[in-house]
Design a protein around this ligand. Structure first.
Ligand code: AHR
Length: 549
């Protein structure tokens, strides 16, 4: 294959619209022949955007065993002086999770933060009406901040817009961020926290478009409420970043219209808008794994659609401000939709939403991480939902922790997803996914497919400071290995630092406490480093290649 000169490459990719038959969501991907390698042309001058520090955050909801038995467990052999599980703290610290959303989720829409601060023996035990469980409030705002600081993560606070609103939200900002001298800041100090918590990111409500949400609102009602609250919160602390509550996803009949109506009201006073989505190998994918591993393209599409809505409202308002997107709930979740609290016996910390993840789920999570990175120009915050026990990469029992399959692609994104995401030109074989099943059947709308889907989903980051570049590749071909040809135009890899893959014969294999290493990364033979490199990716795999450049 002819090597394209640097000048020629920049010229061609600069005219991508004409030169490239895009596969819709992917942008610069040219549909090539049915077989043969996928070729990726790389030029470090072509940058989509730097990976935001908050791109691979996570989420801990006061739900099931996420907090209680997950990160906080009095009496556990792992508990420290604060009753935090040290084994989980070590894991989260090592992962390097940059931001954690808390305390919900649906839970937050009925939560009174005052119940969870102050002396523990004075805190009320309440009935959590979102998940129908018992909440003792032994863990609350200050415990979360203490835990977050200890594991080196930043808090992203959710606010109650169901049973509460502006007054409560502004009070919590004051409690957390004002140094002292006012009612709520002095209360914090009286609770033993002399210094302000300085919480920067705030979610202005959770899924308020959903009829399942406590205090569910119509879009214009939420828009007004959010605008008022945002103004009051900013009066308390003008430096905070506010994320408006976007649509719960494309399955909602009000998808897009909700976002547009809300933003028409609160655009000027917020900084970003939230997106949520969970995937599964369900009727939507016709239970077909070949379709399932293409579903990260639905994330690309959702990001594009919500960016477009933001920009339409921006144009309408002639605003010079561009909103960022906060994909603050994303994951695979389709099996454990309920749990043992739904059978009429309310307990504290029941086993809720404990999804057993298999290999194909992990492949999709790798693809979803790729989708987030290639939209780094717009997605500035994102949270894998969730972190421990509840739809999570990490599980706990009394003897320790288990890494679910999805732990590995998430860990790789955290470890290697740094620096700039490069805007590469790609060409290679693909397969057709013309139609999806019926995720949107409530809406009565067709579910569009993706057209031609590339077998290899490739994202490349370049970390100037570390002197490395990393290639993240999902091989969607579940039958055959596929070749990837990397053509480096201005950087020359001098050494392969690491090349690992997550793959296996059984797409349905899961890790369990009894058998924790069924799905774990394996090393691949390092290719020869150089300006043209060819690597082979195993069938049905997610791989990460890091080179020194
Ligand atoms: O993450 C589990 C739940 O999913 C959250 O509470 C809610 O926001 C979403 O519907």
């Amino acid at each position: 294959m002819k090597k394209v000169s640097r000048r020629e490459f920049l010229r061609t990719t600069g005219q991508a619209g004409a030169a490239v038959a895009a596969s819709g969501a992917l942008g610069r991907f040219a549909i090539g022949q049915a077989a043969g390698p996928t070729r990726v042309e790389i030029d470090s001058d072509r940058v989509i955007a730097p990976v935001s520090h908050e791109l691979f955050g996570s989420f801990l909801e006061q739900l099931g065993r996420a907090i209680y038995e997950g990160i906080y467990e009095p009496g556990s052999k792992f508990a420290d002086k604060n009753e935090f599980r040290t084994d989980v703290m070590k894991e989260v610290r090592e992962l390097g999770v940059p931001i954690v959303r808390y305390p919900g989720g649906n839970f937050v829409s009925g939560y009174h933060w005052l119940d969870g601060v102050g002396p523990k023996d004075k805190r009320p035990t309440v009935l959590d009406r979102a998940w129908n469980t018992i909440e003792t409030n032994q863990f609350g705002t200050n415990e979360f901040i203490t835990w977050a600081r200890e594991v080196g993560t930043e808090p992203l606070f959710g606010l109650n817009f169901g049973t509460a609103g502006a007054e409560d939200a502004a009070a919590l900002v004051e409690y957390c961020n004002v140094p002292g001298g006012t009612k709520w800041s002095e209360l914090r100090k009286s609770h033993g926290y002399a210094e302000p918590h300085n919480v920067k990111f705030w979610c202005v409500g959770n899924e308020m478009d959903g009829p399942w949400q406590i205090g569910h609102l119509e879009a214009h009602e939420y828009g007004l409420k959010a605008t008022d609250a945002a103004k009051q919160m900013r009066a308390v602390d003008p430096t905070i970043k506010l994320i408006a509550c976007g649509s719960s996803g494309p399955f909602m009949p009000t998808y897009i219209e909700w976002d547009r109506t809300v933003l028409e009201q609160c655009y000027d006073v917020v900084d970003g808008i939230s997106l949520h989505r969970y995937w599964g190998n369900t009727e939507e994918t016709n239970h077909d794994s070949q379709i399932y591993v293409a579903m990260n393209l639905a994330m690309d599409r959702q990001i594009k659609e919500i960016s477009d809505v933001c920009d339409v409202v921006r144009a309408h308002k002639r605003s010079d401000k561009q909103l960022f997107l906060s994909f603050d709930e994303w994951n695979v979740w389709y099996r454990a939709r309920g749990g043992d609290a739904t059978d009429g016996h309310r307990t504290q910390a029941p086993h809720l939403l404990e999804e057993p993840y298999n290999l194909e789920d992990a492949l999709l999570v790798g693809g979803l991480a790729n989708s987030l990175m290639r939209h780094s120009d717009r997605v500035k915050v994102a949270c894998l939902a969730q972190l421990v026990n509840v739809i999570a990469p990490i599980m706990t029992n009394e003897n320790g922790i288990l890494r679910n399959t999805i732990y590995y692609p998430y860990a790789w994104a955290l470890k290697h997803g740094h620096g700039d995401v490069l805007d590469t030109l790609q060409m290679g074989p693909s397969y057709a996914v013309e139609k999806l099943g019926h995720p949107i059947e409530d809406v009565g709308l067709p579910a569009p497919g993706f057209g031609q889907v590339p077998y290899l989903d490739v994202v490349i980051t370049r970390d100037k400071a570390a002197g490395t570049a990393t290639v993240f590749v999902l091989n969607r071909d579940l039958e055959k290995s596929r070749e990837l040809e990397l053509v480096w135009h201005d950087l020359t890899p001098t050494r392969v630092v690491s090349f690992e893959t997550l793959t296996g014969k059984d797409l349905k294999a899961v890790n369990t406490f009894a058998d924790p290493n069924k799905v774990v990364p394996a090393k691949l033979d390092a290719p020869k480093a150089g300006s043209r490199m060819t690597v082979e990716l195993p069938a049905g795999s997610h791989s990460v290649l890091t080179v020194a450049v």
